[in-house]
Design a protein around this ligand. Structure first.
Ligand code: NAP
Length: 553
């Protein structure tokens, strides 16, 4: 029996560092690292020790023999990665499993003084940076977040039915109570505190603020009621306090989602999943109620290019094929779609749709009985139709010149066309890329200020991609510290704490965060759910102060 890596792989390579026989690839030292959608275990070398399964932060590693039906593909998938590589190797080529020379990319002087570093943003990028500093240096870390609860995209981005992926949050939570960590949640840079003030109290500041704005389509009707950004939809089902419980109306049978990325697939899956199955996750109570009462039976995913250029990952597409009671269909309206799928090899993106039903969908009528997700490739949105609210979407039919189109009746239009960073007050910003300009993580022209995650490299890559990104930024910061280019803080940690309290009396610390956690878990136990998320700032702050310790029965 060997182990295999499965759907939720976050590629952060924690498993690679614990494998005693170097059988998990690509490793961070190999050229493929960061280019494959996941990591793979070589069944020929695996010694079945299970160390990788114990270390995996997202519960993605299982013995091949005990894979559930929905994950059976992952045994052969892991093996195929190595079969392909071994076929490529020649006798002159590198041995795939050879251990490389040990490399130590960082060396700190023995008298390296402890640094005080602020990390703004408590999502995966910020927490990988904090973890790196805490594990490898004696730095003190101040964690700051504009929301009164930590987690960033783990709490508000990862889909509520992906509980294993959310487990990565447990790994980060270990550092919330670290003796060298101070936490100020509910504190916003530019509102409660300025970038200059944070810098004045720390040797260095790392901004890990993500890319919170949804990109726009620029089509007529985009601002009609019922046309919303997928980030709003994701925030809605994840109980984000800045999105109202009634922000999404799901009283429509058909929803059009623009884009074929993983966010589009998450949205489609949540919309057509059985609400009873969703209740087993941590979906917002208001979203669960709305979906139970709602009418969505069909979701159309629009890809402006062909299936060979679809943006989803294999694992997320595979998950759709296993969705209980939901059919997956490819609209055969354009001959290029079927041709690309038929001609695709096993490693080609279009080949992922080989087993999926194809039909030329008649959009003039209502959605057929049952629930289904339809991929419509070679079809871009031209206009959202309706007077006040969306009643349909006019889309290119793939054969025209873009001025003509076909109408798809739908009551909800979701734009899942990627995200964009927003400027941080006090930091430079590149409007074209929506990122903060930097060199190796050091903000251009701002010594002592750094960026990590999507605000640094743009909105691509899953959770684990932030680990190497954080390692680069922390490496640059430590080089600067050793090189003497950081300015020592003018005032101490206590002075910073006093300043924060003066500016925002509702700021939440680590103890308050633990109270929120206890409250949400207790509410979950009461309702027979893993957790009931508090969905407003007042509720979160009240819980942090112990105000909800007595849970109503
Ligand atoms: P994405 O992967 O960049 O996908 C964006 C989609 O929007 C693409 O299909 C793109 O098509 C399309 N698009 C862009 N502009 C368009 C326009 N004007 N008209 C029509 N279509 C347009 O973005 P995302 O889905 O937001 O995901 C962001 C990152 O988060 C990705 O790396 C993703 O893998 C990751 N993520 C991962 C998970 C997971 O692992 N479960 C979940 C969520 C997000 P073109 O390719 O033609 O531009």
């Amino acid at each position: 029996m060997t182990y295999a890596i499965t759907q939720t792989c976050c590629s952060d390579a924690t498993c690679v560092s614990v494998c005693p026989v170097n059988c998990i690839h690509p490793t961070p030292e190999e050229p493929d690292f960061g280019r494959t959608e996941m990591l793979y275990i070589d069944p020929k070398s695996c010694i079945d020790c299970g160390a990788c399964a114990d270390a995996c932060p997202v519960e993605a590693v299982f013995p091949v023999d005990s894979l559930p039906a929905s994950q059976q593909e992952y045994g052969p998938l892991n093996a195929a990665y190595f079969a392909d590589r071994q076929a490529e190797q020649t006798s002159a080529g590198p041995n795939f499993h050879a251990w490389g020379e040990p490399s130590f990319t960082r060396s700190l002087p023995s008298d390296f003084a402890p640094l005080r570093v602020a990390v703004v943003g408590t999502g995966p990028a910020g927490m990988y940076a904090a973890e790196d500093l805490l594990l490898h240096t004696s730095a003190e870390v101040t964690l700051i977040d504009r929301l009164p609860v930590a987690g960033g995209l783990i709490r508000y981005g990862v889909a509520p039915d992906h509980l294993s992926t959310k487990r990565a949050g447990d790994t980060f939570a270990r550092f919330h109570t670290h003796p060298r960590v101070r936490m100020h949640l509910g504190v916003e840079v530019g509102r409660d505190i300025s970038a200059e003030e944070i810098s004045a109290h720390h040797d260095a500041v790392i901004y890990a603020v993500g890319a919170s704005a949804g990109r726009r389509l620029g089509i007529p009707g985009e601002d009609l009621a019922g046309s919303i950004c997928a980030t709003t939809f994701v925030s809605w089902y994840n109980a984000h306090p800045e999105v109202a419980p009634d922000a999404v109306d799901v009283s429509t049978e058909r929803v059009v989602v623009v884009g074929t990325g993983n966010v589009a697939l998450d949205a489609a899956r949540i919309l057509v999943s059985d609400p009873d199955a969703l209740a087993a996750g941590d979906i917002a109570g208001h979203a669960l109620d709305a979906l139970r009462a709602g009418s969505v039976r069909e979701v159309v995913l629009l890809g402006r290019r062909g299936p060979e250029d679809a943006a989803y990952t294999r694992s997320e597409l595979l998950a759709l094929t296993h969705l209980d009671g939901v059919d997956l269909v490819v609209d055969d309206h354009d001959p290029r779609t079927g041709a690309a799928v038929d001609a695709a090899g096993p490693d080609d993106r279009a080949g992922l749709l080989k087993g999926v039903a194809r039909e030329t969908v008649d959009w003039s009528g209502p959605a057929p009985a049952g629930r289904r997700i339809v991929f419509r490739f070679h079809s871009a949105p031209l206009e959202a139709l309706g007077d006040v609210a969306v009643g349909g979407v006019r889309v290119t039919d793939g054969t025209g010149d873009g001025t003509d189109g076909r109408e798809i009746p739908a009551g909800l239009l979701l734009r899942a066309v990627g995200q964009r960073g927003v400027p941080v007050p006090g930091l430079p910003f590149d409007e074209a890329s929506g990122t903060v300009p930097h060199e190796g993580g050091r903000v251009t022209g701002r010594p002592g200020t750094y960026v990590v995650g999507w605000i640094k490299r743009g909105p691509t890559g899953g959770i684990g991609a932030n680990r190497t990104c954080a390692a680069e930024t922390v490496g640059t910061l430590l080089d600067d510290a050793v090189g003497g280019t950081l300015t020592a803080p003018e005032q101490g940690a206590k002075a910073f704490q006093r300043l924060v309290r003066r500016r925002n009396r509702r700021a939440v610390d680590a103890r308050g965060l633990a109270e929120i956690e206890r409250t949400e878990l207790a509410l979950g136990r009461r309702d027979g759910r893993p957790r009931v998320k508090l969905a407003t700032v007042p509720e979160l702050v009240a819980a942090a102060r112990g105000g909800r310790r007595r849970i109503p029965g």
